[in-house]
Design a binder for this molecule. Structure first.
Ligand SMILES: Cc1cc2nc3c(=O)[nH]c(=O)nc-3n(C[C@H](O)[C@H](O)[C@H](O)COP(=O)(O)OP(=O)(O)OC[C@H]3O[C@@H](n4cnc5c(N)ncnc54)[C@H](O)[C@@H]3O)c2cc1C
Length: 321
């Protein structure tokens, strides 16, 4: 085992994910603690992606055009090969749909200690991981020993800008390891944009379970109309049928980055944060001052969302004359 930090670069539809850059920023800090280097594994991917990974000291490429789409079997084997070749101390993977597949596969196959839901990592004599559990209601610290280990990290745990550096990094190629070919990629099904495309809005009034019941959704709709915004929601509202699926923000919904994201009665679970954390301005209203959404909001208000909605709608309507 060396002292290097390996980041798994994640991409979909030809674009590297924000998570990749968040992990690279985190890896650089960890590498300064371990005295090692930052290495990125680019499985599939192209030269444009490679040129965006300048924050890594070295990029190990597996496959290029040979691996066009995500396949847990192929990516798992490729990642095993990178880890066997580079012997990193810590492997960082995003806690995403792809990362969930890869981190557990790697932990078992390469016999690595593992922690998930990470929001912070310190690498001294031991690797100590802080994980956020129960939708952000509890933080747990795990000592993974000296390593080697694999840690899957929640989206939004570090600034993506810290891991963005253009310019071609040093790179080397590894051959794609053979696999049994039991899993085949068929097609990517994108969520439909529907009545209103919430990904294209400048302002979103987003509501969560704090809204209480279906009839009260109209309170948020009135505010949205006054503001010229659209209504979006957290998953429980969509599961309950209070809003259509096309309005869901988050891991299993749509990713949005409006100029204003007004989060009303949303607790800030990691799966929700993943979908809205890159909004330019986030304002959260919640009756619970400990709600995790306040860790991500630029402005927060401990208040009843109904009071805020009513007053804000009135003020906006008045201003419009
Ligand atoms: C694999 C997976 C995928 C998921 N995908 C998604 C996803 O895409 N999107 C998503 O949102 N979730 C997703 N989830 C669910 C996620 O874990 C949370 O359960 C969900 O985000 C919680 O929604 P919420 O914040 O509306 O509800 P809660 O967590 O119940 O929070 C409600 C909040 O409202 C506050 N509140 C109550 N009354 C008021 C009031 N009158 N005024 C102001 N505040 C009030 C409470 O203090 C609380 O903080 C996923 C979960 C899993 C396991």
């Amino acid at each position: 085992m060396g002292n290097d930090i390996l980041v798994v670069a994640e991409h979909l539809g030809g674009t590297l994910s924000d998570t990749t850059f968040e992990l690279l920023g985190m890896a650089k800090k960890l590498a300064s603690q371990t005295g090692g280097s930052t290495v990125a594994a680019l499985i599939g991917g192209d030269d444009t992606m490679l040129s965006q990974l300048g924050a890594a000291d070295l990029v190990v490429r597996v496959g290029g055009g040979e691996i066009a789409d995500f396949n847990p079997e192929v990516h798992g084997a490729a990642l095993e090969a990178v880890v066997a070749a580079k012997q990193p101390r810590i492997v960082l993977i995003g806690y995403t749909s792809m990362g969930m597949d890869l981190a557990s596969h790697l932990a078992v196959k390469a016999d690595l200690a593992a922690a998930s839901f990470a929001i912070g990592i310190e690498a001294g004599d031991s690797v100590v991981v802080t994980s956020q559990l129960y939708g952000g209601k509890m933080n747990v610290t795990t000592d993974l020993g000296s390593g080697p280990c694999v840690v899957s990290v929640l989206a939004g745990s570090a600034p993506a800008d810290d891991g963005r550096a253009h310019g071609p990094p040093a790179s080397e190629d590894l051959a794609v390891p053979p696999t049994a070919g039991k899993i085949r990629f068929r097609r990517l099904i994108e969520p439909e944009a529907g009545d209103v495309d919430i990904t294209a809005q400048d302002m979103l009034v987003a509501i969560g379970r704090g809204i209480g019941n279906k009839d009260d959704v109209e309170v948020a709709e009135a505010l949205a109309e006054a503001l010229g915004a659209a209504v979006a929601g957290s998953r429980p509202l969509i599961d309950a049928g209070w809003l259509p699926k096309t309005r869901q923000v988050g891991k299993s919904g749509l990713k949005v980055s409006p100029k204003l994201y007004l989060a009303l009665g949303i607790s800030g679970a990691p799966e929700h944060i993943e979908g809205m954390k890159s909004s330019s301005t986030i304002i959260a209203v919640n009756t619970d001052k400990h709600a995790p959404i306040f860790n991500f909001a630029h402005y927060g208000m401990v208040a009843d969302l109904f009071d805020v909605c009513e007053e804000l709608t009135e003020i906006v309507e008045e201003k419009k004359g």
